[in-house]
Design a protein around this ligand. Structure first.
Ligand SMILES: [Zn+2]
Length: 269
């Protein structure tokens, strides 16, 4: 098991540095093959080679590949939910609310509403933002702006891409079949595994705080009600969906209140 973990860590370390030489990759690959062979006993060599090839491929995944992956994942999700039409009151409200936030890191933001009672919202690495109608039903305009701003904060700070990369590595390590189709797109089954790994992972507490700060700054820069950042937390507590991926904490609320107080006191000078 030791050598196996070592081999996997080696590939991951190379991924982080993004400087994989062919020689090093070969050593990592051999290390994985030897280890699994030694640890598991009877193995399907063909599947093992495929899984290792997946890992090799994912170790050098580029930003462009991550964006294209998020487009595929978004299209899949858009097919799963009922998307509100452009003339729906929900879509109109959302577009009006977010009129002042139209791009992130140079990527245009596109907003759509999923018609479902679930209380949730998310933003993908490709700039697509999806807000669930259930969330819109319980939030004031500024509370919604904060929650959506928070989600966009995860994109702005690179958290979404980081989480997606990890989900991809997890799926690649598990998959015995190929990740990519001959056309160069991710296969449907691999896409399902990546989506599952993504959903089952979480942002770290420090990432949540960074996203909160982004959402609050959006409110401040546009003169919206800052207190909405705290009041929305009470509404989200125990709501399931959103907080299953965004755990609340006293620390987050305290930090937000502290920042609000700082912003408010500066305003008077
Ligand atoms: Zn978050």
């Amino acid at each position: 098991m030791g050598a196996c973990a070592k081999g996997a860590q080696y590939v991951l370390a190379l991924n982080r540095k993004n400087v994989m030489s062919k020689k090093h990759a070969l050593i990592a690959l051999l290390s994985l093959l030897l280890c699994v062979g030694g640890c598991v006993g009877r193995i399907n060599t063909q599947n093992l080679v495929k899984a290792s090839a997946n890992l090799y491929q994912s170790a050098s995944i580029t930003d462009a590949q991550l964006i294209s992956m998020s487009v595929q994942l978004r299209n899949k999700e858009d097919r799963q939910y009922q998307v509100a039409p452009p003339n729906s009151p929900y879509t109109k409200r959302l577009n009006k609310l977010m009129a002042r936030l139209q791009s992130v890191n140079g990527i245009p933001l596109t907003y759509k509403v999923y018609m479902t009672k679930a209380i949730n919202a998310n933003a993908a690495a490709n700039g697509s933002v999806r807000v669930f109608s259930g969330l819109m039903d319980i939030m004031t305009d500024d509370e919604l702006r904060f929650v959506i701003g928070h989600e966009i904060g995860h994109v702005a700070n690179g958290h979404v891409k980081k989480r997606l990369r990890t989900a991809y590595l997890t799926a690649a390590a598990r998959s015995a079949a190929g990740i990519y189709s001959p056309a160069g797109t991710i296969t449907n089954s691999a896409l399902g595994s990546i989506a599952e790994a993504f959903i089952n992972s979480q942002y770290s507490q420090s990432q949540e705080l960074e996203a909160d700060a982004y959402g609050l700054k959006f409110l401040r820069d546009n003169g919206y009600n800052l207190q909405a950042a705290v009041s929305c937390m009470g509404k989200l507590k125990g709501s399931g969906g959103f907080f299953s991926t965004h755990p609340s904490s006293k620390e987050r609320i305290q930090k937000l209140q502290k920042q609000i107080n700082e912003f408010s006191s500066k305003k008077h000078f």
